[in-house]
Design a protein around this ligand. Structure first.
Ligand code: UGA
Length: 434
C-alpha cells in the first residue's frame, strides 16, 4: 500500500499499517521529512511512533519516498494530505488533495483502490472519484478519527472504522479490500461501518463539530457560572454522571485549538452554506465565538489579578502546545494567551515539555524557558494553559511558591486543586470557578 502525505495522519498510518505486516511506502513532497522518516525518526512528538517507525524501517516493510512513482504497484493508496483552512476564508483548502491525485494518476492501475483519509468537505469524494474513473481504480472514503497524542493507539484500535463507497461491484470489492487491511482491528472488536461516499465524509465533519460543540457548551456554562458565583468544574462532574451526557469533552478552560477542530467547524459551516443549509449549522459560528472568547477571558483574568498593571511584569506561561502529549502549536489557545500578554507589554516566559521549538519558530518575540522552574523563577503571576502532568500533578503550590515573586496563579485549564493553592497562600483564579 502507499500512504500519500506523511504529516501527523499519514506518518502514523504508514507506520501502524507496517506494524500489522503490510508492505507500505509513505510518500511526501518534503524531502527532509522523507529523509527523517527513512532514518526511523519521527518528525513530530507522538508517543509510540518512533518505535513503530524504527521497527517498520528495519523490517523492510516500511519505506518512504518523495517521488509519486513509488506508489505504482500498490493495491491501495491512502490519501492523507492536509486540508488547512484557506487563506481567503473559512472553507478548506483542497490544493494538496488535488495535487496528490495529480501525482498519483499516472501510477494508478485498474483494480487499485484509492482510500481518502483527509478531512474534506462533503462532495469532494464524488468529485475525486470522477477524476480517477478513467484509470480503472476505485475511490472509497475512509475518514480518520485519531487524536494527536493517542494517534498510534487510535490507528491500531479505532473506536470505529467507516468506509464510504459507491454502490457498485467495484465499490464492494474496494470495501472488502479495506476489510482485509483492517482485519486486526476488526477482530479486536472495532465496528466496521459501510456507507455511501457522502455519509463517510460527513461522519468526520459531524464528529469534530459535535466535540467542538460539547467543549463550547461547557465553556458557555463557565461564563454563566462565573456570573452566578457557581463552579463549572463541579457542574461538569455532575452533568457527566448522566450517561446520556458523559464527562468527556466537558473540560472547561481556554477552549479548543489545534490543526483540526477550529478549521474543521469553519469548513463544515462553509460547505453547509454552499449546500443551502447554512442555517442548520449556524450554531457552529457561536461554538467558534464562545471558544475564541475564552482566550480573551484568560488574558483578562491575568490583567485583573495583576491589578491592571501588566507592563513589564514577569509572567510564567506554563504550556504552549494546544494540548498535552503533543508538540503541535497550530491555533494553540495556550500560545495565543502568551502572545496577547506579550502584546500588552508583559515580560512573558513560556515553557512546555515538548513544544518550545515549534512555538519559537512561530513566535520568536516571546521569551522561552527550557524548564518549568526557570519559567517560574521571579514570576509576578503564573498562567497554566496546557495541562501537562508536570504542571497539573507534579507541581505543588509550595514548590512554586519558593520560586515566584508573586503568588498569583491563573488556571486556564481548570486543572489545579484550587483549595490546595489557596491554602498555600496563592491567589487562585480558575475559568468559571468560584
Ligand atoms: C481531534 C478529534 O478529537 C479527533 O477525533 C480527530 O480525528 C482529530 O481532531 C482530527 O480531525 O484529526 P485532536 O485535534 O488531536 O483531535 O485533539 P483533541 O484531543 O480532540 O483536543 C482538541 C482541543 O480541545 C485541544 O485544544 C484540547 O485542549 C481541547 N479540549 C478537549 C478541551 O478544551 N476540553 C475538553 O474537554 C477536551
Amino acid at each position: 500500500m502507499s500512504v500519500i502525505g506523511c504529516g501527523y495522519l499519514g506518518a502514523v498510518h504508514a507506520a501502524a499499517m507496517a506494524s500489522l505486516g503490510h508492505d507500505v511506502v509513505g510518500i511526501d513532497v518534503d524531502e527532509g521529512k522523507v529523509a527523517d522518516l527513512t532514518a526511523g525518526a519521527a518528525p513530530f512528538f507522538e508517543p509510540g511512533l518512533a518505535e513503530l517507525l524504527e521497527d517498520g524501517v528495519r523490517s523492510g516493510r516500511l519505506r518512504f519516498a518523495a517521488d509519486p512513482a513509488a506508489a505504482s504497484g500498490s493495491e491501495v493508496h491512502f490519501l492523507a494530505v492536509g486540508t488547512p483552512q484557506s487563506d481567503s476564508g473559512p472553507a478548506a483548502d483542497l490544493r494538496f488533495v488535488d495535487a496528490a491525485i495529480d501525482g498519483l494518476l499516472p501510477h494508478l492501475r485498474p483494480g487499485a483502490v484509492v482510500a481518502g483519509k483527509s478531512t474534506v468537505p462533503v462532495g469532494t469524494a464524488a468529485r475525486l472519484a470522477r477524476r480517477i474513473a478513467e484509470s480503472g481504480a476505485t475511490l472509497v472514503w475512509n475518514p480518520e478519527f485519531l487524536r494527536e497524542g493517542w494517534a498510534v493507539h487510535d490507528t491500531l484500535r479505532p473506536d470505529r472504522l467507516v468506509v464510504g463507497a459507491e454502490d457498485s461491484p467495484q465499490g464492494a470489492a474496494a470495501v472488502d479490500l479495506l476489510r482485509r487491511v483492517y482485519a486486526a482491528a476488526i477482530d479486536a472488536g472495532s465496528p466496521f461501518l459501510v456507507t455511501d461516499l457522502a455519509t463517510a465524509e460527513l461522519v468526520k465533519g459531524a464528529a469534530n463539530a459535535f466535540l467542538a460543540t460539547k467543549i463550547s457548551f461547557i465553556n458557555a456554562m463557565a461564563e454563566v457560572a462565573e456570573a452566578a458565583g457557581a463552579d463549572v468544574t463541579l457542574l461538569a462532574e455532575a452533568l457527566g454522571h448522566d450517561s446520556r451526557i458523559g464527562r468527556r469533552y466537558l473540560g472547561s478552560g481556554i477552549g479548543f485549538g489545534g490543526g483540526c477542530l477550529p478549521k474543521d467547524i469553519r469548513a463544515f459551516a462553509a460547505r453547509a452554506e454552499e449546500l443551502g443549509r447554512g442555517q442548520s449549522v449556524s450554531f457552529l459560528h457561536e461554538v467558534d465565538a464562545i471558544n475564541l472568547r475564552r482566550r480573551d477571558r484568560a488574558v483578562r483574568l491575568v490583567v485583573d489579578a495583576l491589578g491592571g498593571l501588566v507592563f513589564g511584569r514577569r509572567i510564567a506561561v506554563l504550556g504552549a502546545a494546544f494540548k498535552p502529549f503533543s508538540d503541535d502549536v497550530r491555533d494553540s489557545p495556550a500560545l495565543e494567551v502568551a502572545v496577547r500578554l506579550r502584546g500588552l507589554g508583559a515580560d512573558v516566559l513560556v515553557t512546555d515539555p515538548a513544544a518550545i521549538e515549534n512555538a519559537r519558530a512561530r513566535h520568536p518575540q516571546l521569551g522561552y524557558a527550557a524548564s518549568r522552574d526557570d519559567a517560574l523563577r521571579d514570576a509576578d503571576a503564573v498562567v497554566v494553559v496546557t495541562e501537562w502532568d508536570e504542571y497539573r500533578r507534579e507541581l505543588t503550590p509550595q514548590h512554586a511558591g519558593g520560586l515566584v515573586r508573586g503568588r498569583i496563579v491563573i488556571d486556564g485549564r481548570n486543572c489545579l486543586d484550587a483549595e490546595a493553592w489557596r491554602a498555600a497562600g496563592w491567589t487562585y483564579r480558575g475559568m468559571g470557578r468560584r
